[in-house]
Every structure is written in C-alpha cells, then in structure tokens.
Design a binder for this molecule. Structure first.
Ligand code: BG6
Length: 503
C-alpha cells in the first residue's frame, strides 16, 4: 500500500451516525479516503446516536451503507476489517451533558495512546432542529476548548430564512470563531463544480470574452427525476427555492459570475463569490411575479412507471402549496454583467436528471453568409455538464462537407471519463478531506449564507403568503410548468437542452 499522505491525527465525532447522511455519504466517503491513503494511523470516528445498539451492530450497518453507496462498490473484507476498528459508538442524548463528557473522555484516551493531540471535528449529521442544541452543548464543553484544533461542521439547511440563518450564525459565533465553522454545500465538492474555477482562471482564452460584450445570457438547470422520496416532512418546510436555489444554484451562479481571485486563499475566493451575491439585483414585490416561477408536480410517468403527485407523497399535506419546481431570472449589477440575464431552474420529478450550465454567446455582429447557408445557424454556446455527464462542450459553426456552403453546429468536447482514468472522488470525500486539513475554501461563510437568503427574501415572502392557485401545474416526467417557458420566452430566449455527449 502507498504510504499515508500527510494528514494530522484526527478524531471525527459524528452526531447522528446511525442516520441517513452518515450511512449514505459520510462513512462511504471516509472509507474511500482510507482506501486512497488519506487517513492517518492516528484516526478515530466517535459516533453518537439515539439507538440502543452495540458497536458491532453499528459497524455492520455502516458497512452495508458502504457496500451500497461507495463509488467503489462492495467493500473487501480485509480492508473493511482494517478500517472499521477506528469506529466507536455511544448511545447518547444530545441534550445530556454526559454524552459530551463521554466523548471528551474518549478523545483524551486516544490522545494519550497516540501521545499527541488530535484535531477534533464535530460533525452535526442531524436534522436542523438539533443544530442549536448540539452546537451549544459541544461549544460549552471541554471538547471544544482549543479553538486551533476544533472544527464544527453544519449541514444544510442552514436556517429557514434570513432571520433564522442570522440567529444560527450569531449563536455559532458566540461559541466558535468563523474559521472553525464549516457550513456544507455539497455541490462545491463536486469535481465538475470545482473545475469551473480552473476552466475560467487557468486559461487565458475565455476570460477576455467572459462578459456582457460577448455573453448574451446564462442558464443553469438542475433537474431531477426523483421525487421527494421519504423526505416529505422536510420538504414541506423547504420547497425548491430553499432546498436548491438558496444554496447549490446560487453557488454555481457565483462561480460563473465572480471576478478572478488574486489567490486561492479561502477568504479571497469567498470574497469574490460574495461580491456576486451582493451585486444581484434586489427583487421588488412586482419583480417577483415577473422574475420567479413556481410549480408543483402532479401524478405522471417517469421512465415508463406511473408515479404519484407531490400531494400524494408520504408526509405531505394533500393540499400542499409547496413548490417542487422553481425558476428565477437574476440580474447582476456590475460592469461585467450589466443586462445579462442569468436564468436558473430546478425541480423534482422532471423529465431528466441533469445539472448543466449553458453560456450563450451573442450572435455574430454581421451575417455575411447567404441565407441558404445559415438555416441551421446557432450562436456559440459553452455547455458545462455538471452531472451525470461530466464534460465541457463548446458549440460552434462549421461548414458541412459538400459542394455547397451550408453551416452546421458542431462541438469541441472535453469529457472527464475519456480524459482521466482514475476514479472521480465523491463530493463528500473532497469536503471531508478539506475539513480534516483545515481548508475552508469550499465551505459557506456566514456572510455568503446571509446574502443568499437576503436576495431570495422577497420571493420567499410572497410565495409563503400567497399560495399558488393552480398547483399541481406540471405532470411528473415533464419539463416543468409552462410559466417557466414563458419566463425566458418573453426575453426572446428558450431553455436550451442539449443532450450530453459521452464521446
Ligand atoms: C440536496 C437536496 O441538497 O441536494 C435534495 O436537499 C437534492 O433535495 C440533492 O435531491 C441533489 O444533490 P445531487 O448531488 O444528487 O445533485
């Protein structure tokens, strides 16, 4: 085995280790880091949960999660057995100081055995109603005494609106320094998302045309075939705007629109991103009707199977007014982007699962070809496929081979899978390693979270207080409500759907 890469001794305390997030994402990610030699010899996971289970039962359950969700597929017995020794489990109430005392005792024993102090990562893999309680208890306990070695990780949703996000930030800032707080937006850990920075700022070619002079508009689509599954309770309090646009999609927009950072220092990158959020044009109540569209799925067909409507899903009110689709037109008031619309849309139970960013360039200023040549003419487009296809495509016009001059769109393609043979790490692998190494570039800072909530507040207020009268307004398996087409059509554009190429 390759020797272990340089990582400090670390203890990860996972609050909620028997829950879904730890099972599907966290433990498979840590296990892959282990297989890739990122896990130091002095490493432990202390799991806390409500369930009355023996440590071996918890370990077996975690292994099933790895077998099911790891990008490497089923675990090998020997490797798993070598790894799992580092996992311990305590049944404990999050409200009980004994829980925190036990954790502290366990960490102290490990540090004694290792003859060194360890980084302490406190991972809140729990529903949001526990965030404040656990953060307060752990922050006031001996576990978090050393600010240099303690980090706290908070999952989304970070707040429910601007006020609750500010309240949670204030509570955390009373207990931890900002640089100890890792607010997760898992989209930022995706390879293709990180590559937006490389694409823009490691190439001299694109930056000079990356502005209003050359770009007509930008589209971001994050569409899912999945419905709300077993998350009805959560989704009834969230909806598509809070669940996807406030975090993932606004972050994608920031990466496309940000100014070049002077360095890859965590704060420098985050400063440039928050500049974009601060420059987004504020919506008035009238703008909300013109710039934001919502939808909810009714029953329909997905991949040949009949599926329920949202209101028939478990734990969903059968009169629910929650949106499962949202589309918004943003404008950015800067020199670079003045007048360039950024259209974003996301939804559940749509016709396909795809996350894609399309940059539509302006048409050529003068069309010198005869009209017979240009029947198929299209402006240049740059398509950044985030998932499931992972590629970058530049579409341009070429002469179709033949005796006549006929123009036809063709493309240049960079495909991750064809270009790289090594496996692509999952977002959580990247993010967990960054937390272990203390790099917060890919995490949300307090001001970013608040700015993102702030910009959406007018939409949230109107949607929360004025239930839509026409829900459900799209059938499962369709592209979303007609209003979403109208949102973009009234500016003379349409949603661009270019099937991803794999070769
Ligand atoms: C989560 C949302 O943050 O992101 C889910 O809560 C959504 O509703 C998920 O399905 C999408 O993530 P991914 O990585 O599958 O695109």
């Amino acid at each position: 085995m390759e020797s272990v890469k340089k990582v400090d001794p670390t203890v990860i305390v996972i609050f909620g280790i028997t829950g879904d997030l730890a099972w599907r994402k966290l433990v498979p990610a840590i296990y892959n880091l282990y297989l890739d030699n990122w896990i130091p010899e002095n490493f432990a996971i202390i799991g806390i949960g409500h369930n009355d289970q023996k440590v071996n039962e918890v370990r077996d359950h975690l292994r099933k999660g790895v077998d099911k969700f790891s990008r490497r597929g089923k675990s090998q017995k020997k490797e798993w057995d070598d790894f799992v020794g580092c996992v311990t489990y305590y049944k404990g109430e999050f409200t009980d100081t004994t829980t925190y005392n036990n954790v502290e005792k366990e960490i102290k024993q490990l540090e004694k055995k290792w003859k060194t102090s360890a980084n302490r990562i406190l991972y809140l893999a729990v529903p949001p109603n526990f965030f404040e309680q656990i953060a307060t208890m752990v922050g006031n306990s001996r576990i978090a005494q050393n600010k240099k070695t303690t980090r706290i990780v908070i999952e989304k949703p970070f707040g429910h609106d601007l006020d609750s996000a500010k309240k949670l930030n204030a509570l955390l800032h009373n207990l931890f320094d900002e640089n100890q707080i890792y607010r997760i937006d898992h989209y930022l850990g995706k390879e293709t998302v990180q590559n937006i920075l490389a694409f823009r700022f490691a190439n001299a070619l694109f930056e000079p045309i990356w502005n209003r002079n050359y770009i007509e508009h930008v589209q971001i689509t994050v569409s899912e075939q999945l419905g709300v599954e077993n998350r009805g309770n959560y989704y009834e309090t969230a909806g598509a705007l809070r669940d996807m646009i406030q975090n993932h999609i606004l972050q994608l927009l920031c990466l496309i629109a940000m100014e070049p950072p002077t360095s890859f220092n965590a704060d420098e990158v985050r400063n440039r991103k928050v500049d974009v959020l601060n420059a987004l044009r504020k919506f008035t109540s009238e703008d909300v009707h013109a710039c934001a569209v919502r939808g909810q799925y009714g029953e329909g067909w997905i991949q040949g199977k009949k599926v329920k409507g949202y209101r028939q899903e478990p734990d969903v009110n059968n009169n629910s007014a929650k949106e499962t689709f949202a589309a918004v037109k943003f404008l950015i008031d800067t020199w670079r982007w003045q007048g360039v619309p950024f259209y974003v849309r996301t939804g559940k139970r749509l016709n396909e699962t795809i996350s894609v960013i399309t940059i539509q360039f302006r048409p050529v200023p003068h069309q010198s070809f005869p009209s017979e040549a240009t029947g198929n003419w299209q402006p240049n487009r740059l398509v950044l496929n985030i998932q499931p296809a992972m590629s970058i495509r530049l579409l341009f016009q070429a002469k179709q081979p033949g005796l006549e001059m006929l123009l036809h769109p063709v493309d240049m393609l960079f495909n991750y899978n064809a270009s790289y043979t090594s496996g692509t790490p999952e977002a959580y692998e990247t993010l967990l390693l960054d937390i272990i190494r203390g790099d917060s570039t890919l995490f949300m800072r307090a001001d970013q979270i608040e700015a993102a909530w702030g910009i959406l507040t007018p939409i949230i207020n109107i949607w929360d207080t004025h239930p839509s009268v026409n829900f459900p307004n799209y059938a499962a398996g369709m592209q979303g409500p007609e209003d979403a087409e109208a949102l973009i059509a009234k500016d003379g554009h349409n949603w661009i759907v270019i099937p991803p190429k794999t070769e």
